[in-house]
Design a protein around this ligand. Structure first.
Ligand code: URP
Ligand code: ZN
Ligand code: ZN
Length: 462
């Protein structure tokens, strides 16, 4: 019998804090040895000489198969999971959305289990979106946490989904008492509502008015308010898809005052801008998402926040819609479904425009793409680590290989990518989930439904 099921040989291993050349021995889906010259006693050898080896990516913000704004996000757990795998992401945490009034949180996650099981090729967990609170729903929070759903999302905007401040406060208190975490989509509904009505009345219906109706102050105000509620509750808080300086400053201040405020941004806010909304025809609709893309001037603040640990995670908020869905009503920016694809390109974009551009080093890259999300969302060190005993979720990349992004090379079930024509380096050459190769050279070689649900623990605050 072989000592190892497989050995990844001779790669330069990067973790959140170290880098060294080593072989990685894998047995029963886990890393069982890390050392020099582990030998050849394995069923399979993966050559990683001159390559980087990093922990499998964790994207803690996806919306697969989600009913939203009168339609449904176009990637399900199979296509979205394949796209994630090919791009080097081996674990996702999706949002199980209490999208119908009267649904319990238990029913909500059951619905998401049905969507994911036997389909998802990467490991997955669920955040629970509280969109229709009631006394009964709020009483479910501790049980959800005990069952491995240790994070909740509340929206401060979107008619029909948004939470009022009292609901947010109660959720923060209940989640924190039970050992869980609340994640918040922060935008001031009333500011948005005012500008939306005004622009529509003035006949300003094009995609760029989506952005203009949601100014950075609307996000910054809501971020500050949410953090104040967390402070009052004595609870930790996690800010999703932070897009602008105004929000970064609120999180920075809170952290410097000792509040456990954490946050993520996404590649679109680091690399795209308001100018994309001005693309001819209705093409600006591709970028309609909330919060919207900001002026280019906001990008350096986000990069700095990532480097200086004001923000801890880069997720994608992957929520794709075909152009025919985006174009349902060209007479109203309000009707354009909010969201864009990104799950397949996160790892390569952040390596290229983060590490290769000198914004931060490989250890910070590993923290931002994997380790920090594993800690915050309660799956560390099973995930997010290259250590003996951790799941053998590994990405092997050639640090120098270059590619130009074309929609046709991607697996996302959508007819565009916002990153068309972007040059990237370090595209994952091989991707392993629990010791099995999931993707090779950008092609999927794993199995439908090969992913497992991960019951998550309480967060580690960073
Ligand atoms: O535009 C976005 N972000 N769509 C997905 C839902 C959300 O707000 O995260
Ligand atoms: Zn959101
Ligand atoms: Zn989202």
């Amino acid at each position: 019998m072989s000592h190892f099921d497989s050995i990844v040989k001779g790669g330069t291993v990067f973790t959140a804090c170290d880098s060294y050349v080593a072989d990685i021995g894998i047995k029963d889906g886990r890393i069982s040895a890390i050392g020099i010259n582990l030998g050849d006693d394995a069923k399979e050898t993966v050559n990683a000489f001159d390559r980087y080896v990093i922990p499998g990516g964790i994207d803690p913000h996806t919306h697969f198969d989600m009913p939203f704004m009168g339609t449904r996000s176009s990637d399900d757990f199979e296509t979205g999971g394949i796209a994630a795998a090919c791009g080097g992401t081996t674990t996702i945490v999706d949002f199980a959305n209490q999208w119908r009034d009267g649904m319990s949180l238990g029913e909500t996650v059951e619905e998401w289990h049905k969507k994911a099981s036997e389909k998802c090729p990467v490991d997955y967990g669920f955040h629970v979106v509280i969109a229709h609170p009631s006394d009964t729903v709020m009483r479910e929070i501790p049980e959800m946490i005990r069952n491995g759903y240790t994070s909740f999302k509340l929206f401060m905007t979107y008619e029909g989904l948004m939470a009022t401040d009292d609901v947010l406060l109660e959720s923060l208190i209940k989640a924190s008492e039970g050992g869980g975490l609340v994640a918040v989509h922060a935008e001031n509904f009333h500011i948005i509502n005012y500008y939306t009505k005004r622009f529509m009345a003035e006949g300003k219906v094009e995609p760029q008015y989506h952005a203009l109706s949601r100014p950075p102050i609307a996000e910054g105000e809501a971020t500050g308010r949410a953090i104040k509620l967390a402070r009052l509750a004595g609870a930790p808080i996690y800010m999703v898809h932070v897009s602008c300086r105004e929000s970064v400053e609120e999180i920075d201040r809170a952290r410097s005052e000792g509040i456990t405020a954490m946050g993520e941004t996404c590649p679109q806010y680091l690399l795209l801008s308001y100018e994309n909304y001005l693309e001819p025809g209705f093409a600006g609709a591709k970028y309609v998402m909330s919060p919207p893309l900001r002026d280019k001037e906001s990008q350096p603040f986000l990069w700095k926040a990532l480097k200086e640990d004001v923000l801890q995670v880069v997720s994608t908020d992957h929520c794709p819609f075909f152009m025919k869905q985006k174009e349902m009503d060209k007479e109203s920016f309000v009707k354009i479904p909010n969201g864009a694809p990104g799950v397949e390109l996160r790892m390569a974009l952040l390596y290229t425009y983060g590490v290769c551009a000198g914004k931060f080093d490989m250890n910070r890259y590993v923290q931002l793409t994997s380790t920090n999300a594993a800690k915050i969302f309660g799956i560390y060190p099973k995930k997010g680590a290259i250590a003996v005993g951790s799941d053998a979720d590994l990405v092997i990349l050639d640090p120098n290989e270059e590619k130009t992004i074309e929609r046709s090379m991607l697996h996302e079930n959508v007819d565009y990518t916002p990153y068309e024509g972007f040059a990237v380096k370090g595209y994952p050459e091989a991707v392993m989930l629990r010791g099995k190769i999931l993707a090779k050279g950008g092609a999927f070689v794993g199995s439908k439904g090969g992913g497992s649900f991960i019951k998550r623990n309480s967060p580690i605050f960073i």
